[in-house]
Design a protein around this ligand. Structure first.
Ligand code: ADP
Ligand code: MG
Length: 479
């Protein structure tokens, strides 16, 4: 039996406002527990929530960025449940009338094709506090600093058909919310969290299978792993005659398994009703239009421009525009070096990306700045150094040894292009290896590489490779 995977994602994006969604308390991360929770966040009697206009603006910004309908009227509702980190006994969210209606997002797949994923809605809500289990013996601590932090929950249609597609979608949303500066995107701090709804069905069947919801996946790697595990689990159940039950599951990265958290029967009845403390949010066209005007160039537009202006492949353009910082860096390199955009792309996506990744450095803190990399590319273009030596120079620049010219000078890496000097070395190498020369001439052409290697060894890689090749060929043709 062939099975088809079906996935819909709910993504919680923490909005980058200074203060909370219904109070003036700070949203800064990392403060001592309970120092950033005011009476409103604590749900004290007699307090009233006041809506943060900046949170509304950010939600609208997202709506217009994905071409969704922004609701002229949306309503906050109380979602009632009991939990120690929820002082009021309800979360203020949106239910029937969310601020952002249906929209869509295009994702690029590995096979080079693209696909449109429907977005059902996006609504505003407040975050809850945190329960702390670790630092207390036999007790649980409650930190309410996070209570009242503004969230935008983005709900997708069940349009994804593999873990890879789900990851591509999540990454695209992640890039977008950072581009439009409504979220810092920090997954480790919980600013961007995914819930994955996963089901399987026999290939060709129309109706959706029963789904399980995987909660709070806070890295793309976990998202992918958790989905793949869950798909396997569901197929195993069905193929051995069982049936999948609708439930919420947790992914345990250490044990590499998903575990049931609660079943549908135990699910809360939230008794949603409109929050009487908050007025409906009414937005006029002028307000929405004004926000539309503040949108920067979006990832898709930028990618298309990179493809056409710099003649890059879709793949390269997509990676380079995945974050605004990376795209800006690349454009700065191209502008400063006036170098071949394709070569610049190779360096940014190759050597630079590898170094950033190896040392876990963010592009904004790269020791090799765009200007430094541009300087290096110039020295390759004017043949001061070869591409191979350039990697050595790059590494020295990465270690803080100065710009390309300084490193080339200090290490004596200047390319040897003096043909009489190269000719002399070629002559020496050939004379000193008469046996190999003989074999080469009698047809063992593989040996050419040996001679190139010998010359390069003598010059510590500095001889112009093209000249070495030409002069060697010439010399070996004589006897
Ligand atoms: P709930 O109200 O329980 O959160 P929703 O209808 O809002 O359920 O759906 C939540 C998410 O689950 C959406 O992203 C949706 O696309 C997805 N989803 C719904 N049904 C399925 C299914 N059978 N398989 C996979 N995903 C699903
Ligand atoms: Mg939901």
């Amino acid at each position: 039996m062939q099975w088809e995977t079906v996935i819909g994602l709910e993504i919680h994006v923490q909005l980058a406002t200074q203060s909370k969604i219904f109070s003036g308390a700070s949203t800064a991360y990392g403060a001592a527990p309970n120092t950033q929770a005011c009476n409103v966040d604590l749900g004290m009697p007699g307090v009233l929530p006041v809506l943060n206009q900046e949170a509304v603006r950010m939600a609208v910004k997202f709506g217009v960025a994905i071409g969704a309908q922004v609701a002229p009227r949306s309503v906050f509702a109380r979602k009632n449940y009991f939990y120690p980190d929820l002082p009021k006994g309800y979360q203020i969210s949106q239910m029937e009338l969310p601020i952002v209606g249906t929209g869509a997002l295009t994702i690029e797949l590995e096979n080079g094709e693209s696909k449109v994923v429907g977005i059902t809605r996006a609504h505003l809500e407040e975050d809850a506090g945190k329960s702390l289990h670790e630092d207390f013996h036999g007790m649980t601590g409650i930190d309410l600093n996070r209570a009242g932090t503004p969230l935008l929950e983005i709900v997708s249609e069940p349009d994804m058909r593999s873990a890879a597609e789900a990851v591509a979608y999540a990454k695209k949303i992640h890039a977008l919310v950072r581009y439009i500066e409504i979220c810092d995107g920090n997954m480790a701090e919980g600013s961007f969290r995914c819930d994955a709804n996963v089901s399987v069905r026999p290939m060709g069947q129309k109706e959706l299978g029963t789904r399980a919801e995987l909660k709070n996946l806070n890295s793309f790697r976990f998202l992918e792993k958790a989905i793949n595990l869950e798909v396997e689990r569901q197929i195993d159940i069905i193929e051995s005659g069982g049936r999948v039950v609708q439930e919420t599951r947790l992914y345990d990265a250490d044990r590499h398994e998903t575990r049931s958290m609660r079943s549908k029967e135990e699910a809360n009845d939230y008794r949603y009703f409109p929050d009487p403390d908050l007025l409906p949010v009414e937005l006029d066209d002028a307000f929405i239009e004004e926000i539309k005007q503040t949108l920067p160039e979006l990832p898709d537009e930028k990618r298309q421009r990179f493809e056409s202006d710099y003649a890059l492949s879709l793949q390269d353009a997509a990676v380079l525009t995945a974050s605004r910082e990376l795209a800006d860096y690349y454009e700065a390199v191209v502008a400063a070096a006036q170098s071949d955009p394709k070569i610049a792309a190779n360096w940014v996506l190759g050597e630079l990306a590898a170094a950033l990744n190896r040392d876990a450095v963010d592009i904004s803190n790269s020791p090799v700045t765009a200007k430094l990399l541009a300087g290096l590319l110039q020295r390759i273009a004017d043949q001061t150094i070869s591409g191979k030596i350039a990697k050595q120079v790059f590494e020295a620049m990465w270690q803080g040894e100065g710009d390309a010219d300084a490193v080339i000078e200090a290490k004596g890496l200047k390319q040897i292009t003096d043909s009489s000097a190269i000719e002399k070395m070629v002559d020496e190498v050939v004379s000193n290896n008469p046996k190999q020369a003989e074999q080469y001439r009698s047809g063992k052409e593989k040996l050419f590489g040996f001679f190139v290697g010998q010359v390069m060894k003598q010059t510590r890689g500095k001889a112009n490779p093209q000249q070495v090749n030409e002069l060697l060929k010439k010399r070996l043709a004589q006897d």
